[in-house]
Design a protein around this ligand. Structure first.
Ligand code: WAQ
Ligand code: MG
Length: 266
């Protein structure tokens, strides 16, 4: 039997015009109803407040369009506070060829709230890895990666690995899938992320050489400003990158390697 055709299902919730929460999944038709209910529940129970507008988008994707991929390797760097976390994350960005001006500019934008008005963006900044210039056309929306998910068997394997490390939560699972799609996009040199949820202080840097490197602290507890930056290599074509991030359909059916925790000095 051919695999069932897939749908892209996306949720976006706002409160007083500001981004609250979003999610993107791929699922066969039979799973959509339950998934839609869980996304509605999630939008209404976000730690930053209850949504006043919530949109669900469901679109069929052609079976022939579905790409496959592997999740990145995972390492946790044990930092004790957000300052040492940001310092170590910056080192990793520099190692990946991001210029100091681009790395520092992005850190400052995320810390200040990268959308106009000093709030979190709905999507990510797209940043020139050399100059630090922001390339996204709408600085409130940014670039949204969507149309990606993890296949059910790989999800079960991933959850087993995460559970053993006390990491089996939706933040980590979704961030790994998102980072995997971003890493697969043409022209991407690195990604930096920290959460916008006030009670979730962790974040990560993902690079081709190191994979997904998590830092338990990249911001102080209680801070609502978070976000993502996708760094584009010099000579990269921003339009091709955005097209891939928004349109390509990719299902991750393999889990990466889990490395032992490190300290920032290692
Ligand atoms: N595409 C682009 N940017 C996005 C997307 C997307 N699909 N989804 C969220 N963002 C941006 C947006 O600006 C959010 O404000 C920001 O990322 C943070 O999103 O290993 O929870 O869902 O322990 O709050 C990372 C660490 C957690 C996980 C990330 O992000 C770990 C997290 P959140
Ligand atoms: Mg969030």
């Amino acid at each position: 039997m051919p695999p069932p055709s897939l749908y892209s299902i996306r949720m976006h919730a706002t409160r007083e015009g500001h981004h609250l929460s979003g999610a993107e999944r791929l699922a066969p038709a039979w799973a959509l109803e339950e998934l839609a209910a869980s996304l509605v529940r999630r939008a209404l129970s976000h730690p930053r407040g209850e949504a006043d507008v919530l949109r669900l988008t469901v679109e069929a994707v052609a079976a022939g369009e579905v790409l496959r991929g592997r999740l990145p390797d995972v390492t946790t760097v044990r930092v004790s506070d957000w300052r040492s976390g940001r310092y170590a994350a910056r080192q990793l960005l520099l190692e990946a060829g991001i210029s100091p001006v681009a790395a520092d500019g992005v850190m400052a934008s995320l810390a200040a709230g990268a959308a106009p008005g000093g709030v979190s963006m709905r999507g990510a900044m797209l940043v020139d890895a050399e100059t630090g210039a922001r390339l996204e056309s709408d600085p409130a929306r940014g670039v949204r990666a969507s149309r990606m998910d993890i296949a059910p068997e790989a999800e079960a394997a991933l959850r087993r690995e995460l559970l053993r490390r006390g990491l089996d939560n939706p933040h980590v699972r979704e961030a790994l899938v998102l980072a995997a799609k971003v890493a697969a996009a043409p022209g991407i040199a690195a990604e930096l992320c920290w959460s916008d949820d006030p009670d979730y202080t962790a974040g990560y840097v993902c690079t081709p050489a190191r994979g997904y490197v998590r830092f338990p602290h990249l911001k102080p507890a209680g801070e609502e400003r978070g976000g993502r930056a996708f760094f584009l290599r010099p000579g990269g074509d921003p339009e091709a990158t955005v097209r891939f991030l928004e349109r390509a359909v990719i299902l991750f059916d393999e889990v990466g390697t889990f490395h032992p925790d490190r300290t920032p000095e290692e």
